[in-house]
Design a protein around this ligand. Structure first.
Ligand code: CTP
Length: 246
């Protein structure tokens, strides 16, 4: 297990403020049951196993705040590192609320790190968490990625192919993503409104500022639950992982 410098702190931001429109469920997907616990609880439990994590913030949409509170109480024990806060209008908005909270409650130094994780990726592993934390000794930003197996094509008009990028250079982004908190906040503060509005990806905030972003290897099963099909797949993966433990 690698550590950052002795005086740097690691915080976690679990993004659980989405409504999950592609899931077609009245309850957002992060609060649906997967095996013995709600979807978001699986990765929260794995993250909390890491004693280097000082606080784990969860951002939830106001309409679902009470449900989130209940599920944390029922399924996460009473780990005092968990802090629930309001989510934002989009993924980056939820992240910014959490960053504000972290900065208000703590004295943040240049070396302090935040690990950002999608609440809807239940199968993050300790190996991935270790690798991201270890890599943060050498960079201000780091993403978890997997190589793509399919040939990816681009189409500007949605009717015909306009580009076929080289597959060996392509990766799919996952989470957790690691950032030096101060560097990330500075990068957010220098974004223009148009770029901010189009953001779907936190690493882009750093990319457009020219900050090098390192990559570490994710896992194919560290996928994001997006549709009802993904939730079914997640149930199979859970059974498979359980069978490995036997
Ligand atoms: N997220 C968030 N706050 C928002 C929107 C999204 O914290 N206002 C989180 C989601 O809860 C999820 C992650 O960002 O953990 C990735 O987003 P995505 O899968 O796109 O989630 P949703 O926005 O919930 O789904 P959809 O796009 O189908 O509506």
């Amino acid at each position: 297990v690698y550590n950052l410098s002795a005086d740097s702190n690691v915080y976690c931001a679990v993004l659980a403020g989405g409504s999950g429109s592609r899931m077609n469920s009245p309850v957002p997907k992060q609060f649906l049951m997967l095996g013995d616990a709600p979807v978001f609880v699986h990765s929260v439990r794995t993250l909390l196993k890491d004693s280097r994590i000082k606080q784990l913030w969860i951002g939830s949409n106001g309409d679902w705040y009470e449900l989130a509170q209940e599920q944390i109480k029922d399924y996460c024990g009473n780990d005092e590192r968990i802090i629930l806060c309001e989510g934002g209008i989009d993924r980056e908005g939820t992240l910014l609320n959490i960053l504000n909270g972290i900065c208000k409650e703590n004295e943040i130094t240049e070396d302090d790190v935040v690990l950002i994780h999608d609440a809807v990726r239940p199968f993050v592993t300790q190996r991935i968490i270790d690798d991201v934390i270890a890599e943060m000794r050498f960079c201000s930003a780091c993403n978890t990625v997997i190589p793509v197996n399919d040939t990816i094509v681009s189409s500007e008009n949605g009717k015909s192919i306009s580009g076929i990028p080289v597959r060996s250079e392509l990766f799919a982004g996952q989470s957790p993503q690691g950032f030096k908190i101060k560097a990330l906040i500075d990068a957010f503060n220098t974004l223009d409104a148009e770029t901010r509005a189009k953001l779907t990806e936190t690493t882009k905030v750093c990319f457009v500022q020219g900050i090098p972003i390192h990559i570490v290897k994710g896992e194919f099963y560290n996928f994001k639950i997006t549709t009802p099909y993904d939730l079914q797949l997640a149930n199979f993966v859970l059974e498979y992982i359980k069978s490995l433990d036997k």
